[in-house]
Design a protein around this ligand. Structure first.
Ligand SMILES: CC(C)(COP(=O)(O)OP(=O)(O)OC[C@H]1O[C@@H](n2cnc3c(N)ncnc32)[C@H](O)[C@@H]1OP(=O)(O)O)[C@@H](O)C(=O)NCCC(=O)NCCS
Length: 195
């Protein structure tokens, strides 16, 4: 009888495709966001709702799926943000999610790298995000005393991180599209997205 390879080795052989959202993908995106954030302490499980609102408002600059063996196993979005002290076009990365069954196999890394490459190719000044520095430092994201999200509790100040693509650093107060449901002083309305 032939030996079966260990499960981890078998899944490592399955290629990950990163591709833009296509018509009909929304339910699979909802599912992967729901599965990834279920039980995550810092989450209120609003991520799928946020992505639907971004899509509705025309604010989904990037909507990328990670597909393995024909199934959506991961997802990342990017949307325009405003930075009071930095010129140029900045984008917020997130939410980022990988189905728990497929985590720790490089899917999250592949999604982040694809999103950053796409934003650079679009001439973005850089990317910002709200997330765990322990994960995002590997991509070059860093917090800065010059960058803040109005209304965020001080304990989370180091979760506001930026990666500049050029020599212009991220500075000032950050605002996200209203789809994120943040405080009014940290939000801007969809009609202003391209302003
Ligand atoms: C965070 C997440 C997207 C990472 O996806 P992934 O495909 O498992 O990530 P990768 O395989 O590219 O990287 C795995 C590495 O990241 C680390 N990692 C995963 N989540 C982490 C976290 N929250 N903080 C620090 N490190 C983390 C793993 O320990 C692993 O480290 P190692 O390579 O040293 O073993 C995934 O764990 C997830 O969907 N989590 C739930 C949703 C979430 O928290 N999203 C991020 C919102 S800020």
């Amino acid at each position: 009888m032939a030996l079966q390879p260990p499960a981890q080795a078998a899944t490592a052989l399955i290629a990950t495709e990163i591709r833009p959202e296509a018509r009909g993908d929304a339910p699979a995106i909802d599912d992967v966001l729901g599965a990834a954030f279920a039980g995550v302490p810092h989450s209120d499980q609003s991520e799928a709702r946020t992505v639907r609102a971004l899509r509705r408002d025309g604010a989904l600059t990037l909507s990328l799926l990670a597909v393995r063996a024909g199934a959506c196993v991961g997802y990342v979005a990017a949307s325009p943000v405003r930075l009071s002290g930095s010129p140029g076009r900045w984008f917020g990365l997130g939410p980022l999610a990988v189905d728990p069954r497929w985590q720790r196999q490089g899917v999250g890394q592949a999604l982040v790298q694809a999103a950053l490459a796409a934003l650079r190719a679009q001439g973005a000044a850089g990317a910002v995000l709200l997330g765990d520095p322990a994960y995002y430092a590997r991509f070059g994201f860093a917090a800065s005393p010059d960058l803040g999200l109005p209304g965020l509790p001080a304990a989370y100040a180091d979760h506001v991180q930026a990666l500049a693509f050029g020599d212009q650093a991220a500075r000032g107060a950050l605002r996200y599209p209203t789809a994120f449901g943040l405080a009014p002083e940290a939000s801007f309305a969809p009609g202003d997205v391209l302003g």
